[in-house]
Write a protein that binds this ligand. Structure first.
Ligand code: SF4
Ligand code: SF4
Length: 472
């Protein structure tokens, strides 16, 4: 074991491993990983993929588990419909989620990137595995790419890219289903092509984007494009758990030689950890490299080598920088405690907002351009527009009543005998008069409360102003 402080050569930070000195892309051929963690990642990925593809088809009380319908500004999360009127709930939920990711990253590093992120799962567990299956492991892939085009190369490349395109099409359809819902998606697929040119173009566009990402852009999503990846520099600190090389134990590294007494560190400089890395970095250059997605492939690769050479495992492992440098164990820092407190407050606020949220929301506005009218009996009358949103999957028959001030009467213009009907997940708009006797008028711009009833049950209420003559 080394006692001298490890002096990493920081020159690796001046470049990224996927771009050469002339600025050209360096194509990576990571070796196929194997080991305990890779096996575990496979099963986690299969579970998450099953959830992702099943998601749009799963229903809770007839509603999708998740649908983010941006064009209609309607969001369904765990069978609950959220409209723009629920902006505060969505804002608090988004803040709580961001803070959770922030806190989780500070404590556990980029576990999300390596184990949960759809980009990594599709790239490493779907597209890369198809590549290994058709083209072989890293050396065979390199040889195939260097070779002139022949029949063997032609069929392998054609088969691979055809499968890539088909899977991209499947992902694009799933992605679209999360936005427009499965019913609309089925219509696009089954109706004549010309009936849904917009939807069809989105499908083709998304397929092209996913194919380009997984066939060409690949690890650069993580190393260049992803904003979460770029935030690691400010999120992680020396107490965060990351995939780290134990330089105290590994240095000075030295190749293994037969029949030689070993005085160097445990790293035998075999480069297996570098060869399996899907972002092309050398974890021995130091923990917390921005390109590292914490995929743990290098842990497996090194553990396999350690087993072969009869040395203890976990030369590369999950550890914090302080853990490696000083042998300290994980502890809750002030930053972690402060963030946990803030997250707790947001979660409580979210729970309160969700439990007090009504299934129906109404907006009432005085009809623009209309002043008040006097009736023959001397009462005052105002005209209003109402729009009522149903956030549930149940249709409601509704009626409107004046809650305050007492004595007010409400007449819906042109309402059918059966009253208004609020469609499931829909909206109804109408126009109504409110008439107040002079005795109920106390000010020129008087507060007015309207109740929305389903039968005799008050299901929502809303407030507006009632305009009357100037009071003396
Ligand atoms: S350094 Fe290790 S954990 Fe990080 S991306 Fe490369 S293989 Fe994965
Ligand atoms: S796999 Fe382990 S032993 Fe081999 S170079 Fe990497 S850290 Fe050193």
């Amino acid at each position: 074991m080394s006692t001298a402080p490890f002096q990493p050569n920081d020159s690796f930070r001046d470049t990224i491993s996927t771009v050469d000195a002339e600025g050209k892309r360096v194509w990576l051929y990571p070796k196929k990983p194997s080991g305990r963690l890779y096996e575990a990642r496979k099963w986690v990925s299969y579970g998450l993929l099953a959830l992702l593809f099943a998601g749009p088809w799963l229903r809770i009380k007839g509603l999708p588990v998740l649908m983010l319908n941006l064009p209609e500004r309607k969001f369904i999360i765990f069978g609950q419909i959220f409209w723009p009127q629920d902006f505060f709930i969505l804002l608090i939920a988004a803040l709580a989620f961001t803070l959770f990711i922030y806190l989780f990253t500070i404590v556990y590093g980029r576990v999300f990137c390596g184990w949960v992120c759809p980009q990594t799962i599709f790239m490493e567990m779907v597209f890369r595995r198809i590549e290994y299956w058709i083209e072989g492991d890293s050396p065979q892939q390199k040889a195939l790419d260097r070779r002139e085009l022949d029949w063997d190369k032609l069929w392998r490349k054609t088969a691979k890219h055809t499968l890539f395109l088909l899977i991209s099409f499947l992902i694009a359809n799933t992605f679209l289903a999360y936005i427009i819902g499965t019913d609309a998606l089925i219509k696009i697929v089954t109706d004549p092509l010309t009936a849904h040119l917009g939807g069809l173009s989105s499908m083709v566009l998304f397929t092209g984007v996913f194919y380009a990402v997984f066939a060409r852009f690949r690890e650069q999503v993580c190393t260049i494009a992803c904003p979460y990846g770029r935030l690691q520099g400010v999120l992680l600190d020396k107490d965060s758990l990351v995939v780290a090389y134990d330089y105290q134990r590994g240095e000075p590294r030295e190749k293994l030689r037969k029949n030689q007494d070993r005085t160097a560190g445990d790293c035998i400089d075999c480069h297996q950890c570098v060869q399996v890395c899907p972002t092309g970095i050398d974890i021995r250059n130091g923990a917390q490299q921005l390109e590292c997605t914490n995929c743990t492939a290098c842990i497996d690769a090194c553990n396999n080598i350690m087993e072969l050479v009869n040395l203890p495992p976990n030369l590369i492992r999950h550890a914090s920088e302080n853990d490696i440098a000083r042998g300290t164990k994980f502890r809750l820092t002030g930053r972690m405690k402060a963030l946990s407190g803030a997250l707790g407050v947001l979660v409580i606020a979210l729970a309160l907002l969700l439990t007090s949220r009504s299934n129906v929301a109404a907006t009432v506005l005085r009809t623009p351009g209309q002043r008040y009218q006097k009736t023959e009996q001397g009462a005052i009358r105002n005209l209003y527009n109402i729009s009522v949103i149903n956030k549930t999957n149940q249709p409601y028959p509704i009626s409107l009543r004046v809650l305050e001030p007492a004595g007010g009467t409400l007449t819906v213009v042109g309402a059918p005998e059966t009253g208004l009907r609020l469609p499931a997940q829909g909206l109804t708009e109408s126009v109504f008069f409110v008439e107040l006797p002079r005795t109920a008028l106390h000010e020129t711009n008087q507060p007015l409360r309207i109740g929305i009833y389903s039968g005799n049950e008050l299901i929502a209420e809303t407030s507006t102003k009632f305009l009357g003559p100037v009071m003396r």
